[in-house]
Design a protein around this ligand. Sequence first.
Ligand code: NPG
Length: 368
Amino acid sequence: MKLTGVELRRVGMPLVAPFRTSFGTQTRREVLLLRVVTDEAEGWGECVAMTEPLYSSEYLGAAADVLRTFLVPALVTAGPIDAHAVAEVLEPFRGHRMAKAALEMAVLDAELRAEGRSFARELGAVHDRVPCGVSVGIMDTVPALLDAVEGYLDEGYVRIKLKIEPGWDVEPVRAVRERFGDEVLLQVDANTAYTLADARHLARLDPFDLLLIEQPLDEEDVLGHADLARHIRTPVCLDESIVSARSAAAAIRLGACAVVNIKPGRVGGYLEARRIHDVCTAHGIPVWCGGMLETGLGRAANVALAALPGFTLPGDTSGSARYYRTDITDPFVLDEGHLAVPAGPGLGVVPLADELAAVTLSTEWLAL
Ligand code: NPG
């Protein structure tokens, strides 16, 4: 395939409700979309970087800049494009995995559309629907949290993840267990809000039979997670710390994680995400698909990934309505707690022209 055009598009979408994590509160999501045009087909990519570098060092403005200045020019210089060669072409540039992931996703989408194959088939999906969990933000009060959880359970979500931080951990977990019982699949996510000095405190979560505690410590503190794992019974899951198949292998060898959250943006793309799945599966480590408040484009690809055999825990693959009143694709709608894996060529979904136009903040064609 020959690359003939790349468009960067910034969209802004209001969230249905504020989403509070240990690193901040979001009321809207700005997303960088990428459209690649080739001589054979077009493809869409979604960059999961947020507007501010609070989850990781990446942010939307930097992603747009590195794509414009380095990544897209390197791909053009490399000649005919092939999705499986994109990562290697971009490899000399350090970091910027979310930007790289978006570019690879768009090229892969174009290639698969041209060949009439789906993301699910390409990645190795073995299911045609996936069970869905939901991530519940930090609330002002426990009753407000219980109302939110009740609503999600009524909608059919099969697993609840509570965002936690110091001051909002044991009590909300206890309240959810007391109200909804021991059968509810429940896990917590700290987004790096604790230190190893909190080990005793975090052990107070042990009686609640959580599926896992996600990224309690700093992203660079892999060894600390291994130490923590010896002090608590709740299985430790890593998110921010896992940025590649190599870092996953190292974390597993260190005993730093019993479970891994795979987010394609965080690790540089869907192909590296699949390699992490393979490494984890080979070591008997269960994985699940994380979420970054994706639009229908990223959601489509995530649902395809979540259908791989090693994804044995429900992911943060919620329905579109969890975040957006109007999505830019046909919405993903929960059916008995599951989402259907798109089967059409490429992502299997395309942006709806009117919906996309309504949320577009700016567009930019890159000079090739
Ligand atoms: O369902 O898309 C979703 C969001 C799930 O909690 C979620 N994501 O730390 O995992 C996370 C968190 C997040 C959201 C991180 C946005 C970064 C940006």
